[in-house]
Design a protein around this ligand. Structure first.
Ligand code: NAP
Length: 271
């Protein structure tokens, strides 16, 4: 049992105490790990996820760790659902300080002639429009006191272009960086920081959202282009490692950092 003085000391030294954090795609992978870590650091955490059961499971896990959270079902690409989601979170917690725009899919990876326009739209709508809507509906609340936005992009489209066929995905991830830099300037006077994380090679369920079609028809044989992670002798990174980066970027430890990407990939995208 912790005595009251020790408990007070721990709460005082939590990096996010009294903050409210919203995480899209928090029902799995990077979003779930970030949610649990932010809750351990004292934030109240709201998860926005398409599948509500997955979001509720994250909340169950962070409550088990002593945290506090709320799960909301919404499709990040749906304007009305997102506006309503932020209203619900604000009504519940009376503030929003932190946003991790993280929900994303790999979508269809295929030769350009075979990517259907609807398939292109689905990837762009989830990854880019979803990020736009997340930030758009968060900003009025963030402006009340300032805050921090982190956008989950990727090494693909920002520093690595070897996932041939992942054209829509890489384009969406590149555009997220431009969006972040534009908003870092626009929102700086409101004391809102906007940064981007660019992971590569992290073990999650993202492969389940990938459809690979006829990649063997692309003359630059994709299988010949191996993913390498020099720092770990090709062992994938963990979601907890990415969560530590998110924590740094949403906490006061990074108070002078805005408008920048941080690659987190064991050096893989340098090859
Ligand atoms: P993940 O485990 O598949 O998590 C993605 C989450 O996003 C899921 O909970 C999913 O919920 C949610 N989601 C997808 N579409 C949604 C929508 N339209 N509305 C609301 N929620 C939605 O994958 P992850 O690897 O953690 O991916 C998180 C982010 O990291 C993505 O933006 C991804 O591009 C990026 N990333 C990952 C890696 C990697 O190596 N894993 C590398 C670079 C970038 P449902 O299951 O309900 O759809």
């Amino acid at each position: 049992m912790l005595c009251d003085r020790a408990k007070n000391y721990l709460i005082k030294n939590m990096k996010l105490s009294a903050k409210v954090a919203v995480i899209t795609g928090g029902g799995s992978g990077i979003g779930r790990a970030a949610a649990i870590l932010m809750a351990k650091e004292g934030a109240k955490v709201a998860i926005i996820n398409r599948t509500v059961e997955a979001g509720e499971e994250t909340v169950r896990q962070l409550v088990d760790e002593g945290g506090c959270g709320l799960a909301i079902a919404a499709d990040v690409a749906d304007s009305q659902q997102m506006q309503q989601a932020f209203q619900t979170i604000f009504d519940e917690y009376q503030r929003i300080d932190i946003v991790l725009a993280n929900a994303g899919i790999n979508g269809v990876w295929s030769p350009i002639e075979e990517i259907e326009p609807e398939e292109w739209d689905r990837t762009i709508n989830t990854n880019l429009r979803g990020t736009f809507l997340t930030v758009k509906y968060a900003v009025p609340y963030l402006k009340k006191q300032g805050g921090s936005i982190v956008i989950t992009s990727s090494i693909n489209g920002t520093r690595s272009f070897r996932k041939i066929g992942a054209t829509a995905y890489a384009s969406s991830k590149a555009a997220q960086v431009a969006l972040a830099k534009m908003l870092a300037l626009e929102l700086a006077p409101s004391q809102i920081r906007v940064n981007v994380i660019c992971p590569g090679g992290v073990l999650t369920a993202i492969e389940e959202s990938t459809t690979k079609r006829h990649l063997d028809r692309i003359p630059v044989a994709p299988d010949a282009i191996q993913d390498m992670i020099p720092l770990t002798d090709n062992t994938a990174g963990s979601t907890e490692e990415v969560a530590q980066l998110v924590l740094f970027l949403v906490s006061d430890a990074s108070s002078f950092i805005t408008g920048t990407e941080v690659w987190i990939d064991g050096g893989g995208s340098l090859i």
